[in-house]
Design a protein around this ligand. Structure first.
Ligand code: ADP
Ligand code: MG
Length: 446
């Protein structure tokens, strides 16, 4: 290739080089771990060494590490705490580079397709960056433009992820995360395909058409596999409302509930990344803006049947129903002891959904303590029963449940979550759901 020298390009290859470097550092962390094991070193120190190694990555690995940190089953506490401290610092593409990328996506005359295009990025994205622009028709849009060569960076990250989780497996043999790794890898690879993401966006637009929610509309003629041009949505983040009055905080929590569980209970589809940057609220908090459809999980309809059966069986104390639900979820070799261990976790996650009254999520438990006892009790039991294979469907379901739970905790929302769940599920009919899902997917081009 006879590309002219380009400082941005150099920076990018340096960045990709750094991803490779993280690999070397991870090897170092693994060695540090082995040494610490022999000499009796502690988890916290190893965790810090791994975070330092990861901190050198400027790529999507950061996002993966943060994501993995939010799935408590996958990592011991000391590690999850360190990983949550990771921040993404991807270097921005400068204007000459953006110009060239846009030419590649939309052609040499791409500027003629916009009334205005802001040269400086408005936001960083994990695989690219977001620019504000105005179309010829006068619509304000967001252009999410992907960096080049991200496929290889993502593959490198998936390799790192596997190394990392295998490291934990040798350390703590309670969890078999092999399916979970496949699940996360599959979503990461999907995230490269912005054409698919635009279709996810269409799908959510349709599923939430009657909900108090706004979903960006992709503009097909300005979208490619590496560029999404969509309506610009402005709003305020969750943290803005953290000190609002109780009624407003409740309203926001109810919006989150509707937007996340509506598509799940009616279409078996979930937005797998309930990160603070991925949604906002219109000024009066009357509606939620939902963003970022890079990590969307479309479940087999039967999985939702398992979710509903688990809620109903926990509520009525039907042990066989609970066991059957775990089977549907995909847990294998279910002994009575394993069912009991898994039930501790299930009862914890589902507690607000089976307790038919107005309550907070934590219901008096201090946020810092929340879930700790349950996690450590399950881990303790799995030490003798494990390793338990985490079914792949569990990963993003759990991630969404915990992400939303954390938002409800922050908001100190007081709601009857059980009643909201019942209303969302309605008279559950798996065949009706399957028909609804396939029609919606076909309409969205999925
Ligand atoms: N349609 C939009 N309107 C306004 N801002 C947007 C829009 N889409 C994305 N953004 C902003 O850009 C950021 C990154 O986009 P996002 O789709 O979340 O990328 P990533 O998949 O890398 O997280 C978001 O957190 C948000 O601040
Ligand atoms: Mg995002």
């Amino acid at each position: 290739m006879s590309e002219p020298l380009d400082p941005e390009r150099d920076r990018l290859s340096a960045r990709i080089g750094r991803v490779a470097q993280v690999g070397a550092n991870m090897g170092g962390a693994a060695a540090a771990y082995a040494a610490a094991r022999l000499t009796g070193g502690d988890d916290a120190r190893i965790a810090k060494a791994i975070r330092d190694a990861l901190g050198k990555s400027k790529g999507p690995l950061m996002k993966v590490a943060q994501l993995v940190a939010t799935i408590p089953e996958l990592l011991p506490d000391a590690y999850a705490d360190e990983f949550r401290k990771l921040q993404s610092h991807a270097p921005a593409m400068g204007w000459p580079f953006v110009d060239r990328r846009m030419r590649t996506e939309l052609g040499a005359d791409w500027k003629k397709k916009f009334e205005f295009f802001e040269q400086e990025a408005a936001h960083a994205a994990s695989l690219g960056q977001v620019h504000r622009a105005i179309t010829k028709a006068g619509d304000e849009v967001a252009c999410k433009l992907q960096y080049p060569d991200m496929a290889s960076a993502v593959e490198a990250d998936i390799g790192q992820l596997k190394t990392l989780l295998n490291l934990f497996k040798t350390m703590d043999n309670t969890i078999d995360s092999s399916e979970a790794i496949e699940e996360v890898s599959e979503r990461l690879r999907e995230e490269l395909d912005y054409a698919r993401e635009a279709n996810h966006m269409r799908l959510f637009g349709a599923m939430l058409a009657d909900a108090p929610a706004h979903v960006p509309v992709p503009q097909a003629d300005l979208c490619t596999k590496r560029l999404i041009t969509m309506t610009w949505l402005s709003g305020r983040g969750l943290l803005h409302y953290i000190d609002a009055d109780q009624e407003t905080r409740n309203r926001i929590a109810a919006l989150l509930f509707t937007v996340w569980w509506g598509p799940m209970t009616r279409y078996a589809v979930i937005h797998g990344d309930p990160h603070l940057g991925n949604y906002s609220f219109t000024d009066d908090a009357a509606a939620l803006n939902l963003l970022d459809f890079g990590c969307v999980r479309i479940f087999p309809p039967r999985f939702v049947e398992g979710v509903v059966l688990l809620q109903r069986s926990l509520k009525s104390g039907d042990r066989d129903g609970v066991a059957h639900a775990f089977e549907i979820w995909g847990f294998k070799s279910l002994t009575n002891e394993l069912i009991d261990a898994l039930s501790i976790w299930a009862r914890f996650i589902y507690a607000p959904l089976i307790d038919d009254r107005v309550r907070t999520i934590a219901d008096g438990v201090k946020p810092a303590e929340y879930g700790r006892r349950e996690v450590s009790e399950v881990r303790r039991r799995l030490k003798t029963l494990g390793p338990v294979l985490i079914p792949r469907e569990f990963v993003f379901m759990d991630r969404a449940a915990l992400g939303l739970g954390a938002a409800f905790l922050h908001l100190k929302a007081e709601l009857n979550f059980a009643q909201m769940f019942e209303e969302s599920v309605g008279a559950f009919d798996v065949d009706a759901l399957a028909a609804r899902q396939s029609a919606a997917l076909a309409d969205a081009g999925l």
